[in-house]
Design a binder for this molecule. Structure first.
Ligand SMILES: Nc1ncnc2c1ncn2[C@@H]1O[C@H](COP(=O)(O)OP(=O)(O)O)[C@@H](O)[C@H]1O
Ligand SMILES: [Mg+2]
Length: 249
């Protein structure tokens, strides 16, 4: 299987602050790759760089055969890439139905938009039941489902998901991951997922990258990292203060 996404030596700065340095990462077609790192590690910046939201000052990002550095977000999206942003960014006063239709706007005019919508409701029966609800009245888990559904409305090949677990109970997190893995199975989606903790996702991911201080500290197959030891030292770094002991990354 060839790489669907190839990130090569990417640096991102915000003014004087270097948010990513020497970041290289590959994702094969059909893979589920998790990027784990503490708050401020650069996880969201990495996804933004891929999606065209920030422009690296060095390095290359190829989606399939296309160099996406320098392309505008909507142009990148049209290549078949979709981002579920951190914090979901759904429109609370609009209904579920309206939120989903907004997701289809990027491809408005596509003849099969209606078929896309029907397919989506089959994938998310829970949302079908709630179509006329204001999205703001959904539970946190349902809002996350809505954010994912909106992002896959356009049939992306690659889905970037920024901290889907944030603020959700463990049982709901497992449900969200079931949906994501079901999407991979049924739609052939490739997934890159950011998380702050590897706790519940090691069993779902194929490969893991640990990002800290804007650098990749560790990369490996989830199966090889299952005991969590290597992840812990990469996540906290060596000589981390004793107060961090007992914290599970
Ligand atoms: N728009 C921005 N302007 C300036 N600094 C930013 C901006 N976005 C993020 N940063 C900084 O870049 C670093 C990485 O942030 P981010 O990518 O959001 O990390 P994470 O998603 O892992 O929490 C942090 O130090 C953060 O404060
Ligand atoms: Mg973030």
């Amino acid at each position: 299987m060839g790489a669907l996404l190839t990130i090569d030596d990417v640096h991102v700065r915000y003014g004087d602050l270097v948010a990513l340095r020497d970041v290289s990462l590959t994702v094969a077609q059909g893979e589920v790759v998790c990027v784990i790192g503490p708050n401020g590690a650069g996880k969201s910046t990495l996804l933004a760089a891929v999606a065209g939201g920030v422009t690296p000052w060095r390095g290359s990002i190829r989606f399939g055969d296309t160099e996406v550095v320098g392309l505008r977000p909507e142009v990148v999206a049209r290549q078949g890439l979709s981002l579920v942003p951190e914090g979901r960014h759904i429109f609370g006063t609009l209904t579920v139905d309206e939120n989903l239709r907004i997701g289809g706007f990027i491809h408005k005019g596509r003849a099969d938009a209606k078929a896309d919508y029907e397919r989506l409701l089959e994938l998310f029966p829970r949302l079908r039941e709630r179509l006329n609800f204001p999205a703001g009245r959904l539970s946190g888990g349902e809002q996350q489902m809505l954010a994912v559904a909106r992002a896959v409305m356009t049939r992306p090949r690659l889905l970037l998901v920024d901290e889907p677990s944030l603020g959700l109970a463990p049982r709901i997190v497992d449900q969200i991951y079931e949906i994501l893995l079901d999407l991979r199975q049924r739609e052939g989606l490739t997934l890159v997922i950011n998380e702050q903790s590897s706790n519940r996702i090691l069993k779902h991911a194929d490969r893991i990258y640990v990002l800290r201080g804007g650098r990749i500290q560790l990369e490996g197959r989830a199966a090889d990292l299952a005991d969590g030891e290597a992840i812990r030292s990469a996540y906290f770094g060596f000589g981390s203060p004793a107060t961090l002991e007992g914290v599970t990354p």
